[in-house]
Design a protein around this ligand. Sequence first.
Ligand code: ADP
Length: 160
Amino acid sequence: MKHIGVYPGTFDPITRGHLDIIERGLTLFDELVVAVAASKSKSPLFDVEERMAIIRAETKKQKNVRVESFDCLLIDYIKKKKARTILRGLRVISDFEHEFQMALTNRKMAPDIETVFMMTAENYAPVSSRFIKEIAKLGGDVSPFVTPNVTKRLKQKYGA
Ligand code: ADP
Protein backbone atom coordinates (compact mmCIF):
# COMPACT_ATOMS: atom_id res chain seq x y z
CA MET A 1 0.00 0.00 0.00
CA LYS A 2 1.26 3.45 -0.93
CA HIS A 3 2.33 5.60 2.00
CA ILE A 4 0.71 8.96 1.35
CA GLY A 5 1.69 12.03 3.35
CA VAL A 6 -0.43 15.16 3.42
CA TYR A 7 1.26 18.54 3.88
CA PRO A 8 -1.55 20.99 4.66
CA GLY A 9 -1.20 24.74 4.88
CA THR A 10 -2.38 28.08 3.63
CA PHE A 11 0.66 28.65 1.37
CA ASP A 12 -0.23 32.31 0.80
CA PRO A 13 2.17 32.27 -1.03
CA ILE A 14 4.48 29.25 -1.00
CA THR A 15 7.97 30.12 0.28
CA ARG A 16 11.41 28.58 -0.03
CA GLY A 17 10.83 27.25 3.50
CA HIS A 18 7.70 25.36 2.39
CA LEU A 19 9.50 24.05 -0.71
CA ASP A 20 12.31 22.76 1.45
CA ILE A 21 9.82 20.86 3.64
CA ILE A 22 8.24 19.38 0.49
CA GLU A 23 11.60 18.26 -0.86
CA ARG A 24 12.66 16.63 2.38
CA GLY A 25 9.16 15.31 3.06
CA LEU A 26 9.33 13.38 -0.20
CA THR A 27 12.00 11.17 1.32
CA LEU A 28 9.45 9.95 3.90
CA PHE A 29 6.49 9.11 1.65
CA ASP A 30 5.71 7.43 -1.65
CA GLU A 31 3.53 10.38 -2.48
CA LEU A 32 3.11 13.79 -0.90
CA VAL A 33 -0.14 15.70 -1.28
CA VAL A 34 0.26 19.43 -0.76
CA ALA A 35 -3.18 20.34 0.54
CA VAL A 36 -4.02 24.01 0.18
CA ALA A 37 -6.51 25.14 2.79
CA ALA A 38 -9.06 27.56 1.43
CA SER A 39 -8.61 29.51 4.72
CA LYS A 40 -11.20 32.12 3.78
CA SER A 41 -11.23 33.45 7.33
CA LYS A 42 -7.57 34.44 6.91
CA SER A 43 -8.50 36.60 3.87
CA PRO A 44 -5.63 35.26 1.76
CA LEU A 45 -3.89 37.51 -0.75
CA PHE A 46 -3.94 34.77 -3.41
CA ASP A 47 -7.13 32.81 -3.93
CA VAL A 48 -6.98 29.06 -3.61
CA GLU A 49 -6.73 28.46 -7.37
CA GLU A 50 -3.82 30.90 -7.65
CA ARG A 51 -2.03 29.28 -4.71
CA MET A 52 -2.46 25.83 -6.25
CA ALA A 53 -1.23 26.99 -9.67
CA ILE A 54 1.85 28.57 -8.08
CA ILE A 55 2.67 25.40 -6.13
CA ARG A 56 2.11 23.19 -9.19
CA ALA A 57 4.54 25.31 -11.19
CA GLU A 58 7.14 25.15 -8.43
CA THR A 59 6.87 21.39 -7.97
CA LYS A 60 6.37 20.27 -11.56
CA LYS A 61 9.66 18.36 -11.57
CA GLN A 62 8.72 16.40 -8.46
CA LYS A 63 6.67 13.55 -9.84
CA ASN A 64 5.46 12.30 -6.43
CA VAL A 65 3.91 15.62 -5.44
CA ARG A 66 0.21 16.25 -5.92
CA VAL A 67 -1.42 19.61 -5.24
CA GLU A 68 -5.03 19.77 -4.09
CA SER A 69 -7.26 22.04 -2.06
CA PHE A 70 -9.65 21.41 0.78
CA ASP A 71 -12.31 23.39 2.54
CA CYS A 72 -13.36 21.03 5.33
CA LEU A 73 -11.97 19.61 8.54
CA LEU A 74 -8.39 18.46 7.81
CA ILE A 75 -9.05 15.08 9.42
CA ASP A 76 -12.01 14.43 7.12
CA TYR A 77 -9.93 15.37 4.11
CA ILE A 78 -7.09 13.02 5.19
CA LYS A 79 -9.52 10.14 5.65
CA LYS A 80 -10.99 10.73 2.22
CA LYS A 81 -7.48 10.56 0.75
CA LYS A 82 -6.90 7.27 2.60
CA ALA A 83 -3.76 8.82 4.08
CA ARG A 84 -2.48 8.35 7.61
CA THR A 85 0.15 11.00 8.06
CA ILE A 86 0.05 14.77 8.31
CA LEU A 87 3.32 16.58 7.64
CA ARG A 88 3.94 19.96 9.24
CA GLY A 89 6.98 22.19 9.56
CA LEU A 90 8.41 23.81 12.66
CA ARG A 91 10.42 27.00 12.65
CA VAL A 92 10.47 28.74 15.99
CA ILE A 93 9.20 28.08 19.49
CA SER A 94 6.05 30.05 18.80
CA ASP A 95 5.11 27.56 16.06
CA PHE A 96 5.30 24.77 18.60
CA GLU A 97 2.38 25.82 20.77
CA HIS A 98 -0.01 26.12 17.87
CA GLU A 99 1.22 22.93 16.18
CA PHE A 100 1.11 20.97 19.45
CA GLN A 101 -2.46 22.01 20.11
CA MET A 102 -3.51 21.18 16.57
CA ALA A 103 -1.77 17.77 16.57
CA LEU A 104 -3.38 16.80 19.88
CA THR A 105 -6.81 17.96 18.77
CA ASN A 106 -6.49 16.04 15.53
CA ARG A 107 -5.33 12.94 17.42
CA LYS A 108 -8.38 13.14 19.69
CA MET A 109 -10.64 13.23 16.65
CA ALA A 110 -8.71 10.62 14.67
CA PRO A 111 -6.30 8.50 16.76
CA ASP A 112 -5.11 6.53 13.73
CA ILE A 113 -3.76 9.61 11.96
CA GLU A 114 -0.27 10.69 12.97
CA THR A 115 1.29 14.13 12.63
CA VAL A 116 5.01 14.29 11.88
CA PHE A 117 7.10 17.44 12.09
CA MET A 118 10.13 18.48 10.16
CA MET A 119 12.44 21.11 11.53
CA THR A 120 13.03 24.02 9.18
CA ALA A 121 16.36 24.29 7.41
CA GLU A 122 18.15 26.94 9.47
CA ASN A 123 18.34 29.32 6.49
CA TYR A 124 14.56 29.37 6.36
CA ALA A 125 13.78 29.72 10.05
CA PRO A 126 12.70 33.36 9.71
CA VAL A 127 10.75 32.80 6.49
CA SER A 128 6.98 33.17 6.78
CA SER A 129 4.36 33.99 4.17
CA ARG A 130 3.02 36.73 6.44
CA PHE A 131 6.34 38.62 6.68
CA ILE A 132 7.03 38.13 3.00
CA LYS A 133 3.72 39.82 2.16
CA GLU A 134 4.57 42.72 4.47
CA ILE A 135 7.99 43.15 2.85
CA ALA A 136 6.56 42.94 -0.68
CA LYS A 137 3.82 45.42 0.17
CA LEU A 138 6.42 47.93 1.31
CA GLY A 139 8.47 47.43 -1.85
CA GLY A 140 11.25 45.34 -0.27
CA ASP A 141 13.21 42.56 -1.95
CA VAL A 142 11.64 39.18 -1.22
CA SER A 143 13.83 37.17 -3.60
CA PRO A 144 15.85 35.47 -0.83
CA PHE A 145 12.62 34.00 0.58
CA VAL A 146 10.53 33.03 -2.45
CA THR A 147 11.13 31.83 -6.01
CA PRO A 148 11.37 34.28 -8.96
CA ASN A 149 7.84 33.34 -10.05
CA VAL A 150 6.40 34.13 -6.61
CA THR A 151 8.39 37.38 -6.48
CA LYS A 152 6.77 38.36 -9.78
CA ARG A 153 3.29 37.41 -8.57
CA LEU A 154 3.73 39.46 -5.39
CA LYS A 155 4.85 42.48 -7.42
CA GLN A 156 1.74 42.13 -9.60
CA LYS A 157 -0.53 41.93 -6.55
CA TYR A 158 0.95 45.02 -4.98
CA GLY A 159 1.16 46.90 -8.27
CA ALA A 160 4.95 47.33 -8.08
P1 ADP B 1 -0.96 27.44 8.16
O1 ADP B 1 -1.93 28.57 7.98
O2 ADP B 1 -1.62 26.09 8.13
O3 ADP B 1 0.00 27.58 9.31
P2 ADP B 1 1.30 27.99 6.43
O4 ADP B 1 1.31 28.05 4.93
O5 ADP B 1 1.66 29.23 7.16
O6 ADP B 1 -0.13 27.44 6.80
O7 ADP B 1 2.29 26.84 6.92
C1 ADP B 1 2.11 25.49 6.57
C2 ADP B 1 3.11 24.63 7.31
O8 ADP B 1 4.44 24.92 6.88
C3 ADP B 1 3.12 24.87 8.83
O9 ADP B 1 3.38 23.63 9.48
C4 ADP B 1 4.29 25.81 9.03
O10 ADP B 1 4.85 25.69 10.33
C5 ADP B 1 5.24 25.28 7.97
N1 ADP B 1 6.22 26.29 7.55
C6 ADP B 1 5.96 27.53 7.10
N2 ADP B 1 7.10 28.19 6.80
C7 ADP B 1 8.12 27.32 7.08
C8 ADP B 1 9.55 27.41 7.04
N3 ADP B 1 10.16 28.53 6.67
N4 ADP B 1 10.26 26.32 7.42
C9 ADP B 1 9.62 25.22 7.85
N5 ADP B 1 8.28 25.07 7.94
C10 ADP B 1 7.53 26.11 7.56
